[in-house]
Ligand binder design. Sequence first.
Ligand code: DGL
Length: 266
Amino acid sequence: MSNHRPIGIFDSGLGGLTVAKEIYRLLPNESTIYIGDTARVPYGNRSREAVTQFTQELIDALLTLDVKAVVIACGTASSVALPNLQDAYKQIPIIGVIEPAAENAVSVTTSNHIGVIGTQATIASNSFGNFIKKSNPHIEIHNQSCPLFVPIVEEGIINDHPILLEAIKHYLNKLQQTQIDTLILGCTHYPIISHAIADYLPGVNLINAGVSVAQELNHLLINNHIENTSAKSPRHRYFVTDINQNFEEVAQTFLGKQISIEKIAI
Ligand code: DGL
């Protein structure tokens, strides 16, 4: 039987839309509900306790909206909160971005040097590195936190603006001197600026977690017999915890379509 309930997706802000976009592409029958926690973005410099509390509140909000699965489309929440929460939410399938992106990176590297960029919390947790090492202990990990990238994207500075180019140079110049052939965009905001990152690191494979997350979600829906097989037009709703104009503008540019946002109280 076809399951029409939506998939819940959330992030601290705009970043999770990079995952949502890949889900729309791979699973065109599925309806979704997106929440951007714009009132509390960024998460990346907050404590584990705070990120875990926010994550719990967002999952609860999505459950109230009757979602059939939850995608934690945030590298930070996936790194520091998901491992503690999975047991608490056994009633619903939940996936994060770490394992799918790490697996993808392991499968494409040939130099066995993988770079990981993310928020301070994600890099401090070494979540990607731990997973990669388990899968292949010979791979060398080159971690770099890029705390300014999230506020830059949230501000809508996403074209080749000098502020963005300067931040990229500032954070990525050390990686330029390594043998990495693969770079995990370990924060879901980063695919929005991947054109500029690619220009700075030519020839390096950039791993957008959204692509692998959408594939993993597909398997999860099929395995749990909750996929929507009917080709009726899906509905995509967008909630934020604080309305700001940037969100709508950047989201529309990135998704290439008009959206309307609704406010949700968490
Ligand atoms: N998109 C979130 C991530 O993937 C951004 C975290 C933040 O708000 O700092 O980590």
